[in-house]
Ligand binder design. Structure first.
Ligand code: F0G
Length: 344
């Protein structure tokens, strides 16, 4: 499949003069999740997972990055810069490498999952570890961008939002109409802003936007910034979202909600997705499904078609599963019996 710029050229801010930097992102699978549908009392074929981990660098960021990096190249940028909890960094590093641009990333020290760090290293980005959280890293990145004359590729860059809105286009095309509800995790709040823009531009009927933050990092639910955000879902460990206004608009205009889910609820959805649906996403991504399951438990009236975005691939974060209790067998050469438990 072609990348999202070729697929939706007329709806994106590019011209014939824009040098397109693409890794053929987008066109990600929309997978039926019948077991999850049943757990919230819905019929088979009503819940779908938009598996954004199938993008080239393993997260939804690639949709925005193909546009942001292409436009940076067109504008003659010397380099690009961002703050990140990991996925933006990995995506920026890959697209900058392809464009021949320098890439500087600011990440919270010890706050980035291993797979994401590995990607940034491999693509040759300059990694700067910040003692502090994402919010601090973002304010440093925005300041340094001016001194260096580099283009910021966080979601405060409107080209990122433009690219990311294409996920909504794909969903409408594949379902034949927009879903009734759209669940997604919320961190810096660019993605919920982008989906809402996409639905508004592409369809008359629009879903209720249901955003979920981690309970220990839920500034939009509390209505104030969180100084020291805490959650197992490192990707959304953010206390002061830059795209706050867009997220609140999406919530209010769609008659939706922005709520929180606990780490226990996130991890439970994370395991359920892997074990029951065969879909391995990273912990932050499971906040969308955790939110849907919470709505089911709280008897929120759900109906029609429901989409949950799974924002990043499970392999991004190999540490979290290794921390779960599990049994590994050792097979001694020559042993007669494999000591399998009756119920693995
Ligand atoms: N899920 C994953 C896997 C993410 O990496 C992010 C954000 C989100 C959800 C939330 O999206 O910020 O648009 O509300 N990651 C950013 C990063 C902050 O630096 O990679 P959002």
């Amino acid at each position: 499949m072609k990348g999202i710029i070729e697929r939706y050229r007329s709806r994106l801010p590019v011209t014939d003069k824009t040098p397109i930097v693409t890794l053929n992102e987008g066109s990600t699978p929309l997978v039926r999740a019948d077991l999850i549908a049943a757990s919230v009392g819905l019929t088979a074929g009503s819940v779908f997972l938009k598996c954004e981990g199938s993008n080239p660098t393993g997260s939804f960021k690639d949709r925005g990055m193909t546009v942001a990096i292409s436009k940076a190249l067109e504008a003659g940028a010397k380099g690009v810069i961002c703050a990140s909890t990991g996925n933006t960094a990995a995506s920026a590093a890959a697209y900058a490498a392809r464009a021949g641009l320098r890439c500087v990333i600011f990440v919270p020290k010890a706050g980035v999952a291993l797979g994401k760090l590995a990607q940034a290293i491999m693509h040759g980005a300059q990694i700067v570890e910040v003692r502090g959280n994402f919010d601090k890293a973002l304010s440093i990145a925005l300041g340094r961008a001016k001194d260096l004359g580099y283009t910021v590729v966080n979601s405060v860059n409107p080209h990122r939002i433009e690219g990311q809105k294409t996920a909504a286009f794909e969903i409408v095309e594949e379902l034949g109409s927009p879903p009734d509800f759209h669940f997604l995790p919320v961190g810096n709040a660019g993605n919920i802003t982008a989906y809402w823009k996409g639905y508004c531009e592409f369809a008359d009927k629009r879903p209720r936007m249901m955003g979920f933050q981690a309970a220990g990092a839920a500034p939009l639910v509390l209505g104030r910034p969180v100084k020291d955000p805490k959650t197992v879902a490192s990707a959304i460990r953010i206390g002061n979202p830059a795209c706050r206004e867009g997220a609140l608009r999406a919530r209010d205009e769609s008659d939706g909600a922005i709520e929180s889910v606990t780490d226990a609820e996130i991890l439970s959805a994370y395991r359920l997705l892997a074990k029951a649906e065969g879909v391995f996403c990273e912990p932050a991504s499971a906040a969308s499904v955790a939110g849907l399951l919470k709505c089911g438990r709280h008897k929120v009236p759900l109906f029609g078609k429901i989409v949950c975005t799974l924002t990043g691939h499970g392999l991004k974060d190999p540490q979290t599963p290794l921390g779960f209790k599990h049994r590994r067998l050792t097979y001694a050469a020559g042993a007669k019996r494999l000591p399998l438990a009756r119920k693995p």
